[in-house]
Design a binder for this molecule. Structure first.
Ligand code: ADP
Ligand code: MG
Length: 274
């Protein structure tokens, strides 16, 4: 990578090693994009995560399910640096130690997170929202601005096509349906070119039609990036996920195809109390 580019990624005076993570530099040579090992997070002695071990492969679309309080959101907080684990290791690719990076550094390294509630700029158009999402990209060179702008417009248009909001390009985001706002927010994440996308309940509150469309969208997006989805909608999960991870009391209770985990006695017990 061009050293001038890399330089802009590191605040001057920051120690080398930490924070010296170039976007797109994640080493996935072993086929693993995310590696959580033996992660424990305690809140006043209560273990929200208890020796959680989870591996996600490059290009995978993984679903994580589990009853309320299982630790799903805490897991995402650990991956994105919002919460520091008390024990365990968290690696992005082979060499990026997530427990040593700040939230912005982790975002910059290529992990994008979507919270449940859409947070689009309601008074701005769909196009502008995507443009703003990209503007925080620190790699833009002043000298290449003109050329980058043409490229950027192309990327915004491509993204609007991907999330099926091209006809709404000039519409204020506040006028979109709930489902369209969710897709716009996914589009805003895509503008940052993440290699791992974390989505917390992306189809909550969507119509059946919107849910089906979101399933198609996520299937399209996986492959060239990895996606971890926390969801409750079982029909949606069986539509998209090859592997489902069931969390319970802060650890992995079961993992496998939807059919496998649904027929697992421990899973049935947790969900149905039998
Ligand atoms: P899920 O997303 O699977 O519903 P969470 O990760 O939100 O579960 O929470 C796991 C457990 O940790 C819950 O019992 C929750 O009350 C607890 N918890 C989460 N965050 C905190 C916090 N900041 N302080 C204390 N307890 C917390
Ligand atoms: Mg949660």
């Amino acid at each position: 990578m061009n050293s001038a580019v890399e330089e802009t990624l590191v605040p001057s005076g920051s120690p080398t090693g930490i924070g010296h993570v170039a976007s797109g530099a994640v080493d996935v040579s072993h086929g693993t994009i995310l590696y959580l090992d033996d992660i424990t997070v305690s809140f006043d002695g209560f273990k929200a995560l208890n020796a959680l071990t989870l591996t996600v492969n490059v290009g995978e679309l993984r679903c994580v399910i589990g009853p309320n309080g299982a630790g799903k959101t805490t897991m995402m907080d650990v991956i994105t640096g919002k919460t520091r684990p008390d024990e365990g290791t968290a690696f992005f690719g082979q060499s990026i130690d997530l427990t040593r990076l700040t939230e912005p550094q982790i975002a910059h390294a290529g992990i994008g997170r979507k919270f449940q509630k859409p947070t689009v700029f309601e008074n701005h158009s769909v196009f502008e929202n995507l443009e703003l999402a990209m503007k925080s990209d620190k790699r833009v060179f002043a000298s290449l601005r003109a050329r980058r702008t043409a490229e950027q417009i192309e990327r915004i248009v491509e993204t609007m096509e991907t999330i099926d909001l091209l006809p709404q390009a000039d519409m204020a985001a506040g006028l979109l349906s709930h489902g369209q706002k969710q897709w716009l927010e996914i589009g805003m994440l895509l503008m940052q070119e993440p290699q791992l996308l974390l989505l917390d309940e992306p189809v909550a509150g969507m119509t059946d039609e919107e849910t089906a469309k979101t399933a198609q969208l996520l299937k399209t997006l996986a492959g060239s990036r990895s996606i971890v989805v926390v969801e409750h909608d079982m029909e949606f999960i069986s539509e998209i996920a090859a592997v489902v991870t069931v969390l319970h009391e802060g650890s992995v209770l079961a993992e496998g195809s939807m059919d496998e985990v649904q027929s697992d006695e421990r899973v049935i017990e947790v969900y149905l109390g039998r």
